[in-house]
Design a protein around this ligand. Sequence first.
Ligand code: GLP
Length: 243
Amino acid sequence: MAEIIITNSEDEAGEIYAKCVADLIERKPDAVLGLATGSSPLAAYRQLAKEVKARNLDVSRVRGFALDEYAGLDPAHPQSYRSTITRTVVEPLGLDPDKVRVPNGNLETIKDAGREYDAAIEAAGGVDVQILGIGTDGHIGFNEPGSSLQSGTRIKTLAEQTRIDNARFFDGDIDQVPTHCITQGIGTIMKARQLVLLAFGEGKAEAIKETCEGGISAFCPASALQLHPHATIIVDEAAASKL
Ligand code: GLP
């Protein structure tokens, strides 16, 4: 069963993540961080940048693997997850960009990209701490409802609701939101040694209820966290309101 922490603010939640990751980097300077996009982890990255500075940590050997990427979107596009991870994590933390990988959404090579990505994570010794957001339909990474709980990194079709939710990043125009993605599988995510899922606001309350109290099922991909030996779910009062 995952540990659930209810906090007063995104910053307070971010501090918990930041302390945990800063302690990890102190112990293991070449730590492997699992990174996520979306708005939920932003305060956590800001707090981690503060903590790194306050403790004067050397992050030059820290490695990172992002969860997912849109398929067929130029990595230089401002809304590609490559650009987003660079802007929100690599630059503020001062990580070595060559040590941070994002799945390759190039359509010509995408067929083999998933297997190669999982092999690269394994070769790095696995992810130490994976940060996660959650979609309103309970997805993690881009593993939409119905995804196999054993899945590896692979190409997926985006659910209509996810494209609607993410249209805000594409001038509110759903037609600009890619239809496919490459995402770490639920099986890939579950191999990380520690999982920290962050969720804030009323809109996530139903997904959090299903994740924590529903049956473990592919209908709510995040419910797999119930099976992880070291998973922490950090929410605010609003996201916890249906628990
Ligand atoms: C996208 C990402 C997910 C993220 C979700 C929720 O679909 N692929 O990793 O968890 O959005 O985003 P937000 O945190 O902005 O609500």
